[in-house]
Design a protein around this ligand. Structure first.
Ligand code: F6P
Length: 744
C-alpha cells in the first residue's frame, strides 16, 4: 500500500508534467511547421515567378492580354497553385485567374506577402500569398501575385500533432514503468523492493512465474533481511517525537490499517452505582494510563473484564460501549465473570500466584489447582472474545499482562495468522524463582503463541529467555532475540512503557503551582511553610510504602528540625482488598502511620497523612504539583508510571524525584535520586538531600527528566512494538511466498 502510494505520488506529477509539456509543445509545433511550409512555398513561388517573368514582361510590352491569360491559365494547372494575379507598379490589378479573390487588392496582397507567415484565409481555405517582381531591361514592370493552397499544411500539422501525442504517451508510459520499478526497489528501500519482487507484487507480478531457481537465493536473502531488520530496529529506536499522529500513520503504512484489539483484565472505565446515581471511575492502574491514549489514537477494540456494579447497564446487546464515555474514540467490549471465577482467576492465580512469583517481594506465592482451572477457563473466554471481535483473519492483538499468559497460544490456535503482541507489565524473575510455579511449562507455552513478547527492561527479557531455555525444548537465537518453539518464532524485546505527554492545551488548563499548593495545604490543614513529600500508589506490598514511612520516621528521628516542617502525603488507592495479604498490608500501613504520628505529631501536626481512597486524575495531578518531593520506593516494579506522571506534572521544573533502583523506570530516569528502599537510612538521607536541594539543581535534574519522559512517551512504546509487528508480518508474508516457491 505504501509503495503504491509512493508510486502514485511520483506518477501523478509525472503525468501532469507530460500533459503540460504536450500543451506547450503543440502550438509551438504548429508554428514551426507553418513556417517551414511557408518558406517552402515561397521558394516554389519564386522559382515559378522567375520562369514566367520573361514571358509576362514580353506580353506586357506587346499589350498581349490574351497571351497573359494563356500563360496564367497554363500555370494555374499546378494543383497547389490556387490563383495568379498581376499588379501594376502603381498597385492596379492588371490581370488575374478566375479563382483570384475579388476582394484581394494589390496593396493587401503585397502586404500579406511581406509578412512572415504569408497566410491569408479565403473562402476556399488558407492560402499562401507570395509577391514577386516582374522585370524587363528597364526594371520592375509589375508584381506577380501567386496564391498557393495551404490546407494541406493543416492536414500535415494534424498528423504531426497525432505523432507527437503518441510519442509523449509512449515516453510517459516508459518513464512510468521505470518509475514503478525504481519505486519498488528504492523508495521502499531495496529490502522492501526485493520483498515485493519475491512476492511478485506490483507491476512485476504477471511477469514473475514461480521461480524454483530463486530457492538457493532465498536463504541468503532471509538472513540478510534479518540483519537489516536488526539494523533498522537499532536506528528506529533513536527517532524522537512520537505522538498520536505518528502512531496512526505507522498503523496505516506498516500495518496497512489492520485492526487493533487490546486485551487486558482491567477496564479503562468502571461504572458504579453510588448513592447519588451512577458514577464512572478511572482505575488506579499504570496499564490503563498507558494503553488508553494508544487505543484512542488507533480506535480499535479493547476487551476487558467488566468489573463495575453498573457496567452491564451501559453496554449494548454485544456487551459493547463506546469509550471514553461521551467521546466515542474506540470500542470497549466487556467480559463478565462470576464472583467465583474472579476469585480463582484474578485474585487467586494471577494475584496470589503470579504477582508475588514475579515481584519477588518476599511474599510467598500461592498456587492452587482450582485457581489454575479458573485461570485457564477465563483465558479461553477472552480468547473466544478476541476471535469474536476480529474482523479479519490476521488482526493485531495486544495482550496485556500476567492475567493472560495462556491467551496467546489460545488465540493462535483459532487465528493462526494473527499478530499477537504480549506485553508483560510486571518483572520477570530469574529461572530459579519462576521454577516454583507448578504450571510453568503451560505458561511459557501459552506465551510462546505470541509473535512478540515484550518486557519493560532487557534484564526481564534475559530472565525470560533463560527461563525458556531451562524449561522447554526451544531453540534460542540470542543474536536476534528470537525463540523458535514448535515451528513458531517469538521475538523477545524490551519496550519500556510510559505515559502520554500532556498536550499544551491540557497544561494550560492546569491550576498554577501556587494554587495547587494552596488547595492541598488548605484541604489537609497544613501550614504554608511545611515541606510536602507525596507518595501515590495502589495499596500493594510491592510499592515500598512501609519502607518509605520508615524512612520519614528515621529522618524525623535524626533531624528533629524537620518535625513540624515535613509532611508525607500518602495517597493509597485500596486494591485487591479481598486478599488477606492486601488487607493485612492495609492495616499495617494504618498502624505504622498512627505510630509515627503519635511519636512526632501534635494536635495540629501529623507527619504522615494517609489518604486511603481512590483519587481521580486531577486530584493526583494537584498533589504532584503541590509537592516538594515525590517518593517512589517500590521494592520491585516492572516500570512504575507514577514517577513519570510526577515529572510530566512539573512544568515549573521544580520538585525532586526519589526513585527506587528496583523500579524499571530507574534505568531511564537517572537524574532522580536513586535509592535502595530496603536501606532505610539511605532513604532518609536522600529525603534530606531532596528537601535541601538548591533550586538550580532541582531545575537541572527536572528539565532533563522531562526531556526523557517527553521523548520516551507511550506512543513511542506502542509505536516500536507495532513497527516490529509490521516488519514481522511482512517477513511472514515473504517467507510464505518463498516457501511456495520451494514447494512449486
Ligand atoms: O503492574 C501491573 C498492573 O497490571 C499495572 O499495569 C496496574 O497498574 C496494576 O497492575 C493494576 O492492578 P489491578 O488491575 O489488579 O488493580
Amino acid at each position: 500500500m505504501n509503495t503504491f502510494r509512493l508510486q502514485l505520488r511520483f506518477l501523478v506529477p509525472l503525468v501532469l508534467t507530460l500533459v503540460a509539456a504536450a500543451y506547450l509543445a503543440l502550438p509551438l509545433m504548429d508554428r514551426l511547421t507553418l513556417r517551414w511550409f511557408s518558406r517552402d512555398l515561397d521558394l516554389r513561388g519564386s522559382l515559378l515567378a522567375n520562369a514566367l517573368s520573361d514571358s509576362i514582361a514580353e506580353a506586357l510590352r506587346a499589350r498581349g492580354m490574351a497571351r497573359l491569360q494563356t500563360i496564367f491559365d497554363h500555370a494555374v494547372q499546378d494543383e497547389r497553385l490556387v490563383a495568379i494575379g498581376l499588379c501594376s507598379v502603381d498597385g492596379q490589378l492588371l490581370r488575374s485567374t478566375d479563382d483570384y479573390p475579388d476582394k484581394l487588392t494589390c496593396a493587401n496582397a503585397l502586404a500579406t506577402a511581406a509578412r512572415a507567415d504569408h497566410l491569408l484565409r479565403i473562402a476556399g481555405g488558407p492560402v499562401h500569398v507570395g509577391a514577386y517582381p516582374v522585370n524587363d531591361e528597364s526594371g520592375r514592370v509589375a508584381d506577380l501575385v501567386l496564391l498557393h493552397d495551404m490546407s494541406f499544411i493543416e492536414r500535415r500539422s494534424q498528423d504531426t500533432r497525432q505523432y507527437l501525442i503518441i510519442l509523449i504517451a509512449a515516453l510517459g508510459a516508459t518513464i512510468a514503468m521505470i518509475t514503478v520499478v525504481v519505486a519498488q526497489l528504492s523508495w521502499r528501500g531495496w529490502v522492501s523492493g526485493a520483498r515485493a519482487l519475491l512476492r511478485g507484487e506490483g507491476l512485476l507480478r504477471p511477469l514473475l512465474p514461480p521461480t524454483p531457481e530463486l530457492a538457493p537465493l532465498a536463504a541468503d536473502l532471509r538472513t540478510r533481511l534479518r540483519d537489516l531488520d536488526d539494523e533498522y530496529r537499532r536506528i528506529h529506536g533513536l527517532q524522537a517525537e512520537w505522538g498520536p499522529d505518528r502512531l496512526r500513520s505507522l498503523l496505516r503504512t506498516q500495518l496497512r490499517g489492520d485492526e487493533i484489539i487490546v486485551v487486558s483484565n482491567r477496564e479503562p472505565y468502571i461504572h458504579e452505582h453510588a448513592p447519588a446515581g451512577m458514577i464512572v471511575k478511572r482505575p488506579a492502574s499504570g496499564l490503563v494510563t498507558a494503553i488508553e491514549p494508544v487505543l484512542r489514537a488507533c480506535s480499535g477494540t479493547w476487551i476487558a473484564h467488566g468489573s463495575g456494579s453498573a457496567d452491564r447497564q451501559v453496554v449494548d446487546p454485544r456487551d459493547h460501549m463506546l469509550a471514553p464515555p461521551g467521546r466515542a474514540e474506540y470500542t470497549l467490549r466487556r467480559i463478565w465473570l462470576t464472583e467465583r471465577e474472579e476469585l480463582g482467576y484474578y485474585y487467586g492465580f494471577a494475584n496470589e500466584g503470579l504477582w508475588p512469583l514475579c515481584h519477588v517481594a518476599h511474599v510467598r506465592p500461592v498456587f492452587r489447582e482450582p485457581d489454575w482451572q479458573a485461570y485457564r477457563e477465563i483465558n479461553q473466554r477472552f480468547a473466544d472474545a478476541v476471535v469474536d471481535e476480529a474482523r479479519s483473519e490476521d488482526p493485531v492483538v495486544m495482550v496485556q499482562d500476567y492475567h493472560f499468559a495462556l491467551l496467546p497460544a489460545m488465540i493462535r490456535e483459532r487465528l493462526p495468522r494473527a499478530t499477537i503482541l504480549t506485553f508483560w507489565h510486571i518483572p520477570w524473575p530469574n529461572p530459579e524463582s519462576f521454577g516454583i510455579c507448578p504450571w510453568r511449562r503451560e505458561i511459557l507455552q501459552g506465551m510462546l503463541g505470541s509473535t512478540i513478547v515484550g518486557f519493560q527492561t532487557r534484564f526481564h527479557c534475559k530472565n525470560f529467555i533463560e527461563t525458556i531455555d531451562r524449561t522447554l525444548e526451544a531453540r534460542i537465537e540470542h543474536e536476534h532475540s528470537t525463540i523458535s518453539y514448535q515451528d513458531e518464532d517469538t521475538f523477545v524485546e524490551s519496550y519500556p512503557i510510559s505515559i502520554e505527554w500532556p498536550s499544551a492545551a491540557s497544561m494550560a488548563a492546569w491550576p498554577s503551582i501556587e494554587q495547587c499548593r494552596r488547595n492541598v495545604t488548605q484541604r489537609l490543614g497544613l501550614a504554608a511553610d511545611q515541606k510536602i513529600a507525596v507518595g501515590i500508589d495502589r495499596l500493594d506490598y510491592t510499592k515500598g510504602v512501609i519502607e518509605r514511612m520508615q524512612a520519614v520516621e528515621r529522618l524525623l528521628e535524626q533531624r528533629p528540625e524537620w518535625v513540624g516542617r515535613l509532611v508525607l502525603v500518602q495517597a493509597a488507592a485500596p486494591s485487591r482488598s479481598v486478599l488477606e495479604e492486601y488487607s493485612l498490608f492495609q492495616q499495617r500501613i494504618g498502624l505504622l502511620a498512627e505510630h509515627i504520628n503519635q511519636r512526632f505529631g501534635t494536635a495540629e501536626y501529623r507527619p504522615i497523612r494517609l489518604l486511603m481512597e481512590h483519587h481521580e486524575r486531577d486530584a493526583v495531578n494537584e498533589l504532584y504539583r503541590a509537592a516538594d518531593v515525590c517518593l517512589v520506593t517500590s521494592l520491585h516494579d516492572g516500570m512504575n508510571l507514577v514517577c513519570k506522571e510526577f515529572v510530566a506534572a512539573r512544568d515549573d521544573e521544580r520538585g525532586v524525584l526519589i526513585l527506587s533502583r528496583f523500579a524499571g523506570a530507574a534505568r531511564e530516569m537517572t537524574e532522580a535520586l536513586v535509592v535502595n528502599p530496603y536501606h532505610v537510612e539511605d532513604c532518609a538521607a536522600q529525603i534530606q538531600r531532596a528537601l535541601t536541594m538548591p533550586e538550580p539543581e532541582q531545575r537541572e535534574r527536572m528539565a532533563s527528566l522531562r526531556m526523557t519522559v517527553r521523548e520516551f512517551n507511550v506512543y513511542r512504546w506502542a509505536g516500536r512494538m507495532l513497527a516490529d509487528a509490521g516488519r514481522l508480518r511482512l517477513r511472514g508474508r515473504i517467507e510464505a511466498r518463498v516457501q511456495r516457491h520451494h514447494d512449486a
